[in-house]
Design a protein around this ligand. Structure first.
Ligand code: FAD
Length: 485
């Protein structure tokens, strides 16, 4: 049996990789990666600089790991839907195997490959713990309430132990000839290395996990919302690119985190991840449309001044600005800061969540279609089990609660570094002598607020009530009873 193991960028590992393990048990293996112009055309790559950087580093690590086991990663350039069936023919492969993706454009790609290869093309589960679309309500429908999904997950899902990496892999078959290309360097794609991006690859992922388990994991329940602390795992990019599998993470946290609250809180976030993937699987239109139909046609504003201020971290709300600047510098934003920033864009500025979603997708190293869309729609209020539209984060009190000393702001908004904690989330409320001592001149060294919180809140509520109408009051009564995040 000769198998092409088609790596597609979300499973860049050798351990817990069922397609690779089974292919090696069955005979000859050809590990393949296709540099598809969909992502690798220079203009596309330049639009996704941080993810491309992490991906290339992870590909190099995969290449080395496969080589250490006796195999070789074959890299070719071209459109996957054409290249993969052609190479399968040329190499007389019996099977092409890969992990399933949930995104609509990926499903279309897979249908086209399936049409060309028929039963020789097989998809495996592995991005998530449970196959997306498996859990159903009593009425046979997809879940639209997280707590119910999580209960069903707990009852149904039996998370199996991850597979070890194959000890050895067979060498590439002799007749495997192709126009192979090296893994491109960043500069080949017109990109410059961003030192703020985490190192990619399987080993780096496991080192991050081990560090997390040794340090922050036992306090996760208490610290995970604190933007100023390293209280979370920073493993989202590894899950996104599969340098760590969800099963590997689930198993180690289940076994090694002794604090029961923290273990439960962390595993619950992994179930949110399952929920996002399952929801996108069942409702592929979500990458274009709000989950709740009554939000269609919402009168978002085309407001360039506010949009630019939000993009560049110059809204005058320190915590919103810190989030914007962390995104641009590190390709990462703390979850609490993502929620505050997304709420601010959609509610304070009344700007379409899809614009923010696209900006995050362009810059986030962990940018994942299912989770990013879920996060944005949740924050805007239009998503699946979203927070009610009338819950509008106050960026000042959010900052005071989740960045009490202002250290998160100080790190990303250095022009406020010397403002005392008492005023750092609301510098316009500080006495002039305090600002002067901190070297801050509002409107010159740091902007005044781009909108007034109270007025913006009222504006949003008026617009939302008018658009959503009475249908929303029934829905919000129900959502009040659900667990708040
Ligand atoms: C507007 C917005 C956009 C987001 N975009 C993305 C995205 O593109 N990619 C992404 O992976 N996450 C996204 N999230 C979810 C969350 O912010 C990140 O997963 C988290 O911040 C990653 O940091 P961490 O690995 O340290 O998380 P940890 O707190 O250590 O959590 C562990 C893992 O659980 C999962 N997880 C944590 N929080 C959530 C959540 N709220 N929803 C779903 N899964 C979660 C992630 O896979 C994460 O790596 C978004 C959230 C919001 C509000």
């Amino acid at each position: 049996m000769r198998t092409i193991v088609w790596y597609r960028g979300k499973d860049l590992r050798v351990a817990d990789h069922a397609p690779l393990t089974e292919a090696a048990e069955a005979g000859e293996v050809i590990p393949l990666f296709v540099l598809d112009p969909y992502f690798f055309a220079p203009e596309r790559a330049c639009a996704l600089p941080n993810r491309i950087q992490f991906l290339l580093a992870s590909l190099r690590s995969l290449e080395a790991n496969l080589a250490a086991k006796g195999s070789k990663l074959v890299v070719v350039a071209g459109k996957s839907v054409e290249v993969v069936p052609r190479l399968a023919r040329e190499w007389s492969a019996d099977r092409v195997v890969a992990h399933r993706w949930v995104e609509p454009f990926a499903r279309e790609r897979d249908e086209r490959v399936k049409a060309a290869l028929g039963d020789r093309f097989e998809l495996y589960e592995g991005e998530t713990l449970l196959r997306p679309g498996t859990l159903r309500t009593g009425a046979g429908k997809p879940y639209s309430v997280f707590s119910q999904f999580a209960r069903a997950f707990e009852k149904t899902a039996c998370v199996e132990a991850p597979l070890p990496a194959p000890k050895r892999l067979p060498p590439l078959p002799d007749n495997v000839r192709a126009d192979t290309v090296p893994i491109p360097a960043l500069s080949d794609l017109g990109l410059v290395e961003n030192p703020g991006i985490l190192p990619g690859g399987e080993r780096a992922a496991h080192e991050r996990l081990t560090r997390y388990l040794a340090k922050a994991a036992g306090r996760y329940a208490d610290d995970r919302n604190r933007m100023d602390l390293e209280g979370t795992s920073r493993l989202s990019t590894d899950l996104k690119f599969g340098t760590l599998s969800a099963r590997q993470l689930w198993q180690r946290v289940s076994r090694e985190v002794e604090d029961a609250r923290s273990q439960r809180a962390f595993l619950n976030e992994l179930v949110w991840r399952e929920f996002a993937h399952s929801t996108l699987w069942d409702r592929p239109e979500l990458l274009r449309e709000p989950f709740q139909p009554k939000w269609r046609g919402f009168p978002w504003r085309e407001e360039e001044h506010g949009w630019r201020a939000w993009l560049e971290g110059k809204t005058g709300y320190p915590v919103v600005d810190a989030a914007a600047r962390q995104l641009l510098a590190e390709g990462f934003v703390h979850n609490r800061a993502r929620m505050i920033a997304a709420s601010f864009l959609t509610k304070h500025l009344l700007i379409d969540f899809r614009r923010g979603e696209a900006h995050y997708m362009a810059h986030l190293t962990d940018g994942d279609w299912a989770q990013n869309d879920a996060g944005w729609q949740w924050s805007a209020g239009c998503g699946c089990d979203a927070q009610p539209y009338f819950r509008i984060f106050n960026p000042v009190s959010q900052g005071e609660t989740f960045d009490p000393e202002g250290d998160y702001v100080r790190r990303w908004v250095p022009e406020l570094a010397r403002v005392p904690a008492k005023f750092i989330h609301e510098p316009w409320g500080a006495p002039p002598e305090v600002l002067q001592a901190a070297g801050v001149r509002l409107g010159a060294t740091y902007p005044r607020p781009v909108v007034d919180h109270k007025l913006a809140r009222e504006r949003f509520l008026t617009v939302a009530k008018a658009h959503l109408g009475s249908a929303s009051s029934a829905a919000t009564d129900a959502s009040r009873q659900r667990t708040a995040r």
